[in-house]
Design a protein around this ligand. Structure first.
Ligand code: NAI
Length: 630
C-alpha cells in the first residue's frame, strides 16, 4: 500500500491509444481526396513539430484543423476506430484503472469529444479529462477550437496541472515533449516516457523512467498489474547472427533483445551472461559449466540449430535452465538434397559436368538411369527418413526401409527387418540414422559388400557412421557406382581448406555438411526456437526441451502459476504440498514431471493468497528455481 497519495496523469494520443487521433481523423475525412497522402503527411509533420516543441502548439492545432475539414459525424467514426486502438498494455491492465480510478487523470492536447468516450471505458470520467474542445459550425463542420482553454496553448499541460493544484505526488506518463516539460517546470514529480507506441528521443532522454508499456510503470510503482513481471525486464541475448525473424518475434512479444553477430568466447560470455535471462546461440558458442555458474538469471538456452553438443546440458539442468533446439526445422532441406543427389548420381550428372568443365563432350546414355521404378533403401526411418520415403514414392521409386525401432510404414513403403536384405535389393541406399555413439562405423566393409552391384550410397546423416576408406575402395572397384557425402568423420570448425579421402573419385558428390543449410531452415529455426522459449517463459511449458522433463501445460486462466524446479530427491514434493496446505491455498491444477536429476512441479492457484507462501516455497530444501507466473 502506498502511503503517499499519488496522482497519475496520462497523456492520451500515442499513450493511452496507439495512434494520434487527429491523424486518424484525417484518414477518415480525406478518404476521397486525391491529395490525401500529401495532406496526411503534412498533418503528421505538423503533429510531430508540435510534439517536439518545434512550433507552438496553438499553431500546430490551427494548421491541422484547417487541413482536416472534418465534421461532427466523422468523430463518431473516429471514436469507433480509437476504441480498437487502445494500447495493448493499457487494455490488459484495466483492473489498475478500476482500482485507482480516483487517482487517475487524463491531460491531453487532443479533444474531449473523442477522448471522453474512450477513457470512460477505463473508468475515467469526463471531469477528470482535461483536453481541448472543438468549435462546430451549424452544419457540424469543425471550424476551430476553444482558444481560451489553456491546453490549446504552448506549455498548456504545465498550466493545466498548476490550475489543478493536486495534492500528493504527481506522476506524468506520456510520449511527448509537452508531457516531459511538466516535470521540468516543477509541476510534476516524476515523468515516465511512455514508449509502447512511439519512442521520441527528446522525451526519453529527459525521463525519470522509460516505460515501454504500462506493466513497467505499474511494476516500478508496485501497483497491481496483469502480468507478474514486465517482459521488457527479461533480457534476451542472441548470438551468432541468428535469423532476424527471431529478433523480431521476441521483441514483438515485449522482451528486451540484444543481438550480437558473432559467437562469444567463454570469457566474453561469462562477462555478458550475468543479467541475461534467455540466451540464443548456434553451434559455435560453448555454454560451459563456468558460463552457467556466472549466469545468475538464466532461465533458458535456445540452440538455433539441431545439435546441442556445444551446451553443457547436465549443468544447465542442475541449475534449472531449460534448453531447446530445432530438431525438425531442416528436415525438408535434407530430404530435398537427398532426392536431388539420388537423381544426379543415377544420371552421373556431376561426372558429365566435370568432364565438360574440362572441355570433354561425352554424350552417353551408359550408366545413366531414371529413378522411376528403382528401389530405395532408407536406413533410419526417423524424421528425415520418413519424409524422404514420401517424396521418393512420389517420384515413382519403390521404398524399403530399415530401422532398429518399430516404425510405421508411410504410403506404400515396405519395412525390412534385416539390414543385409535391404542392402541386397536396393539400387539406392541412403543413411538417415541418428548420431548416437553406437552408430560409429555402422556402415563398413561388410555392409558395403552386401550392397547390390552398381548401386549408389548417400550419407547425409553423420560422418562417423560410414567407414570412409571402405567406401573409397568400393567406389574405386566399381562395387558401387557413386556416392553423395555431406558429412565426414572429422569436420573443420571453420571454413577453409579440407581434404577427404574421397577427393577426385568419379561420380562422387561432396558437400560440406550443408544438407540442412537452407534459408528456409534458418527461418524455420528462428520461428521454432523462440516459440519454445516463449512458451517456457510465458507459461512454463517445457515441451520439446532437450534436457528437462517435458510438460505440456493447459492455458492458465484467472489463476496464478507457481513453477518449482527442484532436485529430484525424496520428500521435496511432500514439502511443497505441506507448505501449500499450511497456507490453505486453493489449488486448481497441479502437474509434475521428473527425471533422474530434477523435478518440475507446476501448481495453478486462485489469485488471493498470503504472499509469505512464496518465501516458504523458495526455502524448501532442494529448490533450484522458483517463480510465479500470472
Ligand atoms: P531421427 O532421430 O528422427 O531419426 C533417426 C532414426 O534412425 C530413428 O528412427 C532411429 O531409430 C534410427 N536409427 C538409429 N540408429 C539406427 C541404426 N543403427 N540402424 C537403423 N536405424 C537406426 O533423426 P532425423 O532428424 O531423421 O536425422 C537423421 C540424421 O540426419 C541424424 O544423424 C542427423 O544428425 C542428420 N542430419 C544431418 C543434417 C545435415 O546437414 N546433413 C541436417 C539434419 C540432420
Amino acid at each position: 500500500m502506498n502511503l503517499v497519495k499519488r496522482n497519475y496523469i496520462f497523456d492520451f494520443d500515442s499513450t493511452l491509444t496507439r495512434v494520434e487521433a487527429l491523424d486518424i481523423l484525417a484518414e477518415i475525412t480525406l478518404v476521397n481526396n486525391p491529395k490525401k497522402d500529401i495532406i496526411i503527411q503534412q498533418i503528421i509533420d505538423i503533429t510531430n513539430l508540435g510534439i517536439d516543441g518545434e512550433i507552438s502548439f496553438t499553431e500546430s492545432l490551427e494548421r491541422r484543423i484547417k487541413l482536416l475539414k472534418a465534421n461532427k459525424v466523422d468523430l463518431l467514426v473516429l471514436i469507433e476506430l480509437l476504441k480498437k486502438q487502445v494500447s495493448k498494455s493499457i487494455e490488459s491492465n484495466k483492473s489498475f484503472f478500476n482500482e485507482y480510478a480516483n487517482d487517475i487523470y487524463v491531460i491531453s492536447c487532443g479533444f474531449k469529444e473523442f477522448i471522453d468516450p474512450i477513457v470512460k471505458e477505463y473508468n475515467i470520467p469526463s471531469e477528470r479529462v482535461y483536453a481541448n474542445t472543438f468549435e462546430f459550425a451549424k452544419d457540424g463542420e469543425i471550424i476551430g477550437f476553444d482558444d481560451l482553454n489553456v491546453l490549446s496553448k504552448h506549455n498548456g499541460k504545465i498550466q493545466c496541472l498548476r490550475d489543478l493544484n493536486l495534492q500528493g505526488e504527481i506522476q506524468v506518463i506520456g510520449d511527448g515533449y509537452s508531457d516531459y516539460v511538466t516535470k521540468k517546470a516543477g509541476v510534476a514529480d516524476k515523468f515516465f516516457a511512455y514508449t509502447e507506441n512511439i519512442s521520441r528521443e527528446k522525451t526519453t532522454e529527459n525521463a525519470d523512467y522509460i516505460a515501454p508499456n504500462l506493466d513497467e510503470f505499474l511494476y516500478v510503482n508496485k501497483l497491481p498489474r496483469n502480468i507478474s513481471y514486465p517482459k521488457n525486464r527479461i533480457k534476451i541475448l542472441l548470438l551468432e547472427n541468428v535469423h532476424i525473424d527471431a529478433f523480431e518475434k521476441l521483441s514483438k512479444d515485449g522482451f528486451t533483445v540484444e543481438v550480437v553477430s558473432k559467437s562469444l568466447s567463454e570469457e566474453e560470455l561469462i562477462k555478458k551472461i550475468k543479467d541475461v535471462h534467455v540466451l540464443g546461440i548456434r553451434s559455435k558458442t560453448k555454454v560451459t559449466k563456468k558460463v552457467i555458474a556466472a549466469a545468475e538469471k538464466l532461465m533458458t538456452v535456445g540452440a538455433f540449430c539441431i545439435g546441442t553438443k556445444q551446451i553443457d546440458l547436465e549443468s544447465c539442468k542442475e541449475n534449472g535452465i531449460v534448453v531447446f533446439n530445432a530438431p525438425y526445422s531442416n528436415t525438408r532441406s535434407v530430404v530435398e538434397l537427398a532426392i536431388g543427389e539420388i537423381i544426379m548420381l543415377l544420371r552421373s550428372v556431376f561426372q558429365r559436368s566435370t568432364e565438360l568443365h574440362n572441355g570433354q563432350w561425352n554424350k552417353t546414355a551408359q550408366g545413366s538411369r531414371e529413378v522411376r521404378g528403382k528401389k530405395i533403401g532408407i536406413i533410419g526411418y526417423g524424421n528425415i527418413g520418413k519424409q524422404l520415403s514420401i517424396l521418393a514414392e512420389a517420384l515413382g521409386m519403390s521404398v524399403f526401409y530399415y530401422d532398429i525401432e518399430d516404425k510405421l510404414a508411410l504410403g506404400n513403403a515396405t519395412k525390412v527387418n534385416d539390414l543385409s536384405e535391404l542392402l541386397s535389393i536396393s539400387d539406392v541406399v541412403t543413411l538417415h540414422i541418428d548420431d548416437n555413439a553406437s552408430n560409429k562405423n555402422f556402415f563398413g566393409e561388410k555392409e558395403i559388400s552386401q550392397m547390390k552391384e552398381g548401386s549408389v550410397l548417400v550419407n547425409l546423416s553423420r560422418g562417423f557412421v560410414v567407414d570412409i576408406l571402405a567406401l573409397k575402395r568400393a567406389l574405386e572397384s566399381g562395387k558401387i557406382s557413386g556416392a553423395a557425402v555431406d558429412v565426414y568423420p572429422e569436420e573443420p570448425a571453420k571454413n577453409g581448406e579440407f581434404i577427404t579421402e574421397l577427393k577426385g573419385l568419379k561420380n562422387v558428390i561432396l558437400t560440406p555438411h550443408v544438407g540442412g543449410s537452407t534459408e528456409e531452415a534458418q527461418k524455420d529455426i528462428a520461428d521454432f526456437v523462440p516459440n519454445k522459449m516463449m512458451a517456457y517463459i510465458n507459461s512454463g511449458n517445457t515441451v520439446d526441451a532437450v534436457n528437462f522433463p517435458n510438460i505440456r501445460l493447459p492455458r492458465q486462466t484467472k489463476a496464478h502459476r507457481f513453477l518449482h524446479i527442484h532436485q529430484n530427491m525424496p520428500g521435496v514434493m511432500a514439502q511443497i504440498n505441506i507448505v501449500l496446505a499450511k497456507f490453505d491455498m486453493n489449488i486448481t491444477g497441479q502437474y509434475l514431471s521428473t527425471d533422474d536429476k530434477v523435478g518440475y512441479v507446476i501448481t495453478d492457484l486462485d489469485k488471493g493468497y498470503n504472499q509469505n507462501v512464496l518465501d516458504e516455497l523458495r526455502k524448501v530444501v532442494g529448490t533450484i528455481k522458483f517463480r510465479v507466473l500470472y
